[in-house]
Design a protein around this ligand. Structure first.
Ligand code: ZN
Ligand code: ZN
Length: 660
């Protein structure tokens, strides 16, 4: 019988490719997961052997032959093969692309690794460990008891409650049992102190893994994990595909953070895959947050996750006081109310630091002609250009930029105005109010240069009075012990958004940003500028806390058939013309129906045009996940096997975090 080799290839098509056995081969090498080199169209590709079969749906005479089998044993361990295959099914994505991207570049190119893992000894500096409070002790003991089996734990701890200390104690126990730990965090380059803190605690080797590392360093971490040299890997979402010799625990910190979801190409959720991975490895997983996602809270309610809580701040730190500033009644200039200004002055005069939060970078979001109402827009996107100082217009969707026009591009008039408030403008007005104070701006523009973030952190940790002003980058788990006042410049974003998740995210952000205040011995104050101080959800969030707020949101989600009670997928189509994008989706809607599935749309995406392409979408929802999956599978198979009349770029987003 002729044997057929089924190969996963790094191409977008969601299927395996059949090949004939090579002329010369060692049958002992035909193990699932070994790399093979094959001819594909006019090139050669490196793929992975997935199956050996007896038959093919393609005539044998048309099949090509494998050029060579590259490995004696698979380079990806079995759990990664399983996780990748599962993810390919679940997210309807190419298994070849997923599995090959789980390897260092050299392996993807068919080379071998000749890495000597150099271990940098940690200088363990922390010897006197803090005393745990009873809630911390209970959480640690509980997880240590359950370390030999799969279970999911949600660690719900208010900001400053000492979640990291809980992680460190559990990790200590796991690595003493000669097992490895994977710690996943939303953003690593912004939080160098996370790794610092781990290195101060353990003498065992710790490696980082994230996309802003060089390929060489990433490969180094990969080898360290696979060989068992690394005791701890701290990484971002892509670290979920790291190979380990003996993984004993996964921790996902700030599990609610939407940056665990990849927003392009392979749109996976790092947290959700981490839970699947723990399941495949029969190990515990710990999800931690001060503001858990509604998905995780529902999993607790349905007894899929065990709930652990840290209700009080560690040590002597107190939770901050929240104050609403009614912007309808308070005089303000350049977005700063006089009462916030007065508080800033008070805290600075007392020798403390202040954080101001504004989620809009640049100088002003709109450049406007007062004569003819023209606004500067991007030529490739349906979006306004943002004015950046000193003299640029930038599109935040496609990175297009041009120099600031001196006159209106429509009427040639010279009365152009910058409308609205961005972080640069706020920085300018703060410099006028506090000329001798250091004002540190933290956003994507100010930290794009290498080591810039490090310099800013050094200034913050010096403890000298300063104002830190920034975008959501500031909300990501930093520990700023000298900050006693946090001001939210625009507390309304999200309250009236059409995206059903916006209010959940706004609540999380308010508490996370507020949680930066008063984390050490100094009490903290949070001031929120709002035009809607009576909004019921805002009131509940601040008076009764996140739990009550989340419970209310869950009731609404259930009532309106929204996730996590039902399952969503978005089918997106992008094309040069609006009609083509729309027609493609209309074709899908007309040809595929199923009673258990509801299709809404097609409609233009919120950003209706991006990089010159029109973007339309279908929202597909179902009560049962399986029904949604089967429905999508039928569509995807149909589109991929029939030659396409439509020249569109399409994509599928399962469990989208942005639905507009
Ligand atoms: Zn004009
Ligand atoms: Zn653009």
């Amino acid at each position: 019988v002729t044997k057929i080799l089924r190969i996963a290839l790094p191409v977008p098509l969601r299927r395996l490719f059949d090949y004939l056995l090579p002329e010369v081969f060692d049958s002992a090498r035909l193990i699932r997961g070994v790399r093979v080199r094959v001819p594909f169209q006019s090139r050669q590709l490196v793929g992975l052997l997935m199956e050996v079969a007896d038959t093919s749906s393609i005539p044998l005479s048309k099949l090509k032959t494998v050029i060579e089998v590259l490995d004696e044993t698979p380079l990806l361990p079995d759990d990664i093969m399983q996780l990748g295959t599962w993810a390919a099914e679940y997210y309807h994505y190419s298994a070849g692309e997923i599995l090959l991207s789980a390897m260092p570049k050299a392996l993807r190119q068919g080379k071998i690794l000749d890495d000597q893992v150099i271990i940098l000894a940690n200088k363990k500096t922390e010897e006197n460990l803090p005393i745990l409070n009873p809630a911390q002790e209970q959480a640690v003991a509980h997880i240590i008891q359950h370390q030999t089996n799969f279970s999911s734990f949600l660690l719900d701890g208010v900001t400053g409650s000492g979640k990291t200390e809980v992680y460190l104690r559990i990790i200590d126990n796991i690595i003493k049992n000669n097992k490895q730990v994977l710690v996943m965090v939303p953003e690593i380059s912004l939080t160098p102190q996370t790794i610092k803190r781990f290195r101060a605690r353990f003498s065992e080797p710790i490696f980082a893994f994230h996309s802003s590392m060089t390929e060489k360093n990433r490969q180094h971490s990969w080898v360290a994990a696979a060989s068992g040299t690394a005791a701890i890997i701290i990484g971002t979402r892509s670290a979920v595909f790291m190979p380990f010799k003996q993984l004993g625990l996964i921790i996902v910190d700030e599990e609610h953070d939407t940056s665990f979801k990849q927003q392009d190409r392979f749109r996976y959720h790092g947290r959700d895959l981490a839970v699947m991975r723990a399941h495949l490895n029969h190990i515990p997983i710990l999800l931690g947050s001060a503001t858990p996602s509604l998905e995780s809270l529902l999993n607790v309610e349905r007894k899929r996750y065990q709930y652990l809580s840290l209700p009080t701040r560690a040590g002597n730190a107190l939770l901050p006081n929240f104050n609403l500033i009614d912007m309808r009644k308070t005089p303000a200039e350049a977005g700063l109310s006089l009462s916030l200004l007065a508080s800033i002055r008070e805290h600075i005069d007392a020798g403390n630091q202040v954080i101001l939060f504004l989620n809009r970078r640049g100088f002003a979001p709109v450049l406007y002609c007062i004569h003819c109402a023209w606004m500067a827009t991007c030529k490739r996107c349906a979006a306004r250009m943002v004015y950046h100082q000193p003299h640029h217009l930038k599109c935040h969707h496609c990175d297009a930029h041009r120099s600031l026009p001196t006159s209106c591009e429509s009427c040639n008039g010279s009365n152009l105005r910058a409308l609205g408030l961005g972080t640069q403008r706020l920085e300018n007005s703060l410099k006028e109010h506090f000329p001798s104070l250091s004002i540190l701006r933290i956003d994507r523009d100010s930290t794009s240069k290498k080591n810039e973030m490090q310099k800013i952190f050094e200034q913050i940790h010096s403890g000298k009075p300063a104002i830190l002003l920034g975008t959501q980058m500031l909300a990501k788990g930093h520990h700023f012990p000298h900050v006693t006042l946090v001001g939210m410049i625009d507390g309304d974003g999200g309250l009236f958004s059409a995206d059903f998740r916006a209010i959940e995210q706004m609540g999380q952000l308010l508490l996370q940003v507020g949680g930066r205040a008063g984390r050490a011995e100094k009490p903290g104050t949070v001031m929120i500028q709002t035009h809607h101080p009576d909004h019921p959800l805002l009131q509940i969030l601040l008076k009764e806390g996140y739990q009550a707020f989340a419970r209310l949101l869950l009731i609404e989600r259930e009532k309106f058939f929204l996730p996590p009670y039902v399952h969503f997928a978005i089918f997106r189509a992008e094309a040069r013309s609006e009609k083509r994008a729309n027609d493609f989706l209309e074709m899908i809607k007309a040809n595929f129906t199923q009673n258990a599935v509801t299709i809404l749309g097609p409609s233009a995406a919120l950003l209706a045009k991006r990089k010159g392409l029109y973007c339309h979408q279908l929202l597909i929802k179902a009560e049962k996940r399986l029904q949604l999956q089967q429905f999508l599978k039928t569509i995807v198979q149909h589109i991929e096997t029939k030659p396409l009349k439509f020249s569109v770029k399409w994509s599928l987003d399962i469990d989208p975090v942005v639905v507009l």
